[in-house]
Ligand binder design. Structure first.
Ligand SMILES: [Zn+2]
Ligand SMILES: [Zn+2]
Ligand SMILES: [Zn+2]
Ligand SMILES: [Zn+2]
Length: 342
């Protein structure tokens, strides 16, 4: 809003004075018609009230303002202004465009923020430095931090309680859905579609695997291994409501008929290499673990194709593999590209 005229050194031409604030033009603009010049901030504020030139009362709207002429800018650039803190000992003489930045940082500005050198390292306005007491300030700071920590702890307790309540509600909801699914065929159907969709969304993001030695398959994992599979599934983002169901499927009891027994697996041994398999995180014991998705394996015969998915643990002999060919079967691309049909 104008540079203080009394701080300017030397004579100031009248046309460099803003008619609104009566100080020296700051960021000047001119009316395109009458060519009267104003500080940008002054005239913008004025034009919010009325659309006339404050000097000659001719019509003036914001769109009629243009940048100040080169001559005017050159005249302004030649002016020098004293720092506002000349009385505090600042002897700086500045071009107008450096004035504002200088004042904020001027070492003679009593409000300039300095770092306390008495040991606390806090930032203090210079004029408060004399009365500044490190111990007192630090005690205040510690107290405010203690308050903040206690508030955060309260908040955390509250959040944990809420999460607990929500978890219980979610479990109830899952029981409720399970009950509905077991009694209502329509809902069972929708539920199965949603499960298939969720499994493919999750499973489709897992890396492909290559099983080198099908002979090292563990077909009857114990309950400890079941627990480890559960952890692995959680770790790789398996949808929460499907974890239990998937864990069940790491045992031969839950595999399709062509894999149910050692004999049937031997009979089908030549077909096992045709499975599209995906890596799960290895068990903590180091045993590799794979998942075979229904959606990846539309090309397999009915008696070898899992409903939804099955999990297999191996002693060893499984690698991650890059896909060398397009995934067989069209179900895979279908389920990811078409909306659910429910
Ligand atoms: Zn002004
Ligand atoms: Zn005018
Ligand atoms: Zn200064
Ligand atoms: Zn201090």
């Amino acid at each position: 809003m104008g540079y203080d005229l009394s701080c300017i050194v030397g004579h100031v031409d009248e046309e460099l004075i803003c008619p609104i604030c009566a100080d020296v033009l700051e960021d000047p603009v001119q009316a395109s018609g009458c060519e009267h010049a104003f500080c940008r901030a002054c005239i913008e504020k004025w034009l919010k009230q009325k659309h006339i030139c404050p000097v000659d009362r001719l019509e003036l709207s914001p769109s009629h303002l243009i940048g100040a002429s080169r001559l005017m800018r050159n005249m302004l650039a030649r002016l020098k202004i004293r720092c506002c803190f000349a009385e505090n000992g600042c002897s700086a003489l500045l071009p107008l465009d450096e004035f504002r930045a200088h004042v904020i940082a001027c070492e003679h500005n009593p409000k300039v923020v300095v770092v306390c050198t008495k040991g606390c390292g806090m930032k203090v306005p210079k004029d408060e430095l004399a009365s500044h007491n490190c111990v007192f300030e630090l005690r205040e700071m510690v107290q405010s931090q203690i308050n903040e920590i206690s508030e955060l702890k309260d908040m955390q307790t509250h959040q944990e309680m809420r999460i607990d309540v929500q978890r219980r509600e979610l479990e109830l909801l899952q029981y409720y859905i399970a009950a509905l699914r077991s009694t209502n065929p329509l809902i069972r159907n929708i539920g199965e579609q949603l499960d298939r969709y969720a499994v493919m969304q999750w499973g489709g993001s897992l890396p492909l695997a290559r099983v080198r030695t099908w002979g090292s398959l563990i077909s009857t994992p114990d309950s400890a291994m079941h627990m480890l599979v559960r952890e692995g599934l959680r770790a790789c983002g398996c949808p929460m409501h499907l974890v239990n169901l998937m864990v069940d499927r790491c045992h031969e009891d839950r595999w399709p008929s062509g894999l149910l027994t050692l004999d049937s697996r031997r009979e089908n041994a030549h077909r096992l290499v045709q499975y599209v398999t995906r890596m799960l995180p290895s068990l903590i014991t180091g045993k590799p673990c794979i998942v075979i998705l229904n959606g990846d394996n539309g090309h397999m015969p009915e008696n070898l194709r899992p409903t939804l998915a099955m999990i297999m643990i191996f002693v060893d002999g499984v690698d991650e593999s890059r896909p060398e060919y397009e995934l067989p079967g069209d179900f895979h691309s279908d389920i990811r590209n078409t909306p659910l049909n429910i």
